[in-house]
Unconditional design. Structure first.
Ligand code: PLP
Length: 226
């Protein structure tokens, strides 16, 4: 077994354990393998070990891999910051965008989504740690943005995403994830049909799954240090 295959097995095991601990059903969390900074050969290896959803943060690098791996039925998720001049390529080549945090970006993605493709799945990135440096909409402005994004014809608003400031210990990590879950519940009460909490990375998978993550975005624990 390759290192990537055995890492994938270990990560899937952590997810399964956390699901059991949370009394959630198996299969309720999708693993997104974050392949940024790793070559197409590493993605191919992960695919051969059973993984088919991959996350990328840098557009040019992602496009090179998408092209090199076009023979495989992979699902690509964009998870990095989105500038206006990148929306067209994201709308054309990705199934998901996790990092929408402004209406202008969402409008461009919707307008530029090719008519022959299904609507682009999007998550709104929320700044749950309240740091100025982090991207993401503030919790106070989330509801207004979500209602607007949900009305865009070529997007399908699926839920929320966060990258909390790193903290040590599962209990502390769970606080930000619980906050994101509560924000999503609030939106559901306002009538939005959401099913996705994109939260949890290599160092906090367990905390995220315990708080209801449905997608965990894992790079280092699968591919190694960048
Ligand atoms: C890089 C990245 C990840 C993966 O982080 P690891 O700590 O390597 O698991 C997850 N989400 C986003 C948005 C990232 O940029």
């Amino acid at each position: 077994m390759t290192a990537i295959a055995s890492n994938l097995q270990a990560v899937n095991h952590v997810i399964a354990q956390a699901l059991r601990a949370a009394h959630r059903r198996g299969g309720e969390v999708d693993l997104l393998a974050v392949s940024k900074a790793f070559p197409a050969t590493a993605v191919r290896e992960a695919y051969q070990a059973g993984q088919n959803a991959f996350g990328e943060s840098y557009l040019q690098e992602a496009l090179d891999k998408i092209w090199a791996l076009r023979d495989l039925p992979l699902q690509w998720h964009f998870i990095g910051p989105i500038q206006s001049n990148k929306t067209r390529v994201i709308a054309e080549y990705f199934s998901w965008a996790h990092s929408v945090d402004r209406l202008k970006i969402a409008e461009r993605l919707s307008a530029q989504r090719p008519p022959n493709l299904p609507p682009l799945n999007v998550c709104i990135q929320v700044n749950v740690s309240g740091e100025d440096s982090k991207s993401g909409v503030s919790p106070e402005r989330l509801a207004e943005l979500a209602q607007s994004v949900a009305r865009l014809p070529r997007l399908r608003l699926r839920g929320l995403m966060a990258i909390p400031a790193p903290v040590a210990g599962c209990a502390a990590q769970r606080l930000s994830f619980a906050r994101l879950r509560e924000l999503m519940r609030g939106l559901s009460e306002q009538g939005l049909a959401l099913d996705t909490l994109s939260m949890g990375m290599s160092h906090d998978i367990e905390a995220a799954v315990l708080e209801g993550a449905t997608i965990v975005r894992v790079g280092t624990a699968i591919f190694g240090e960048r």
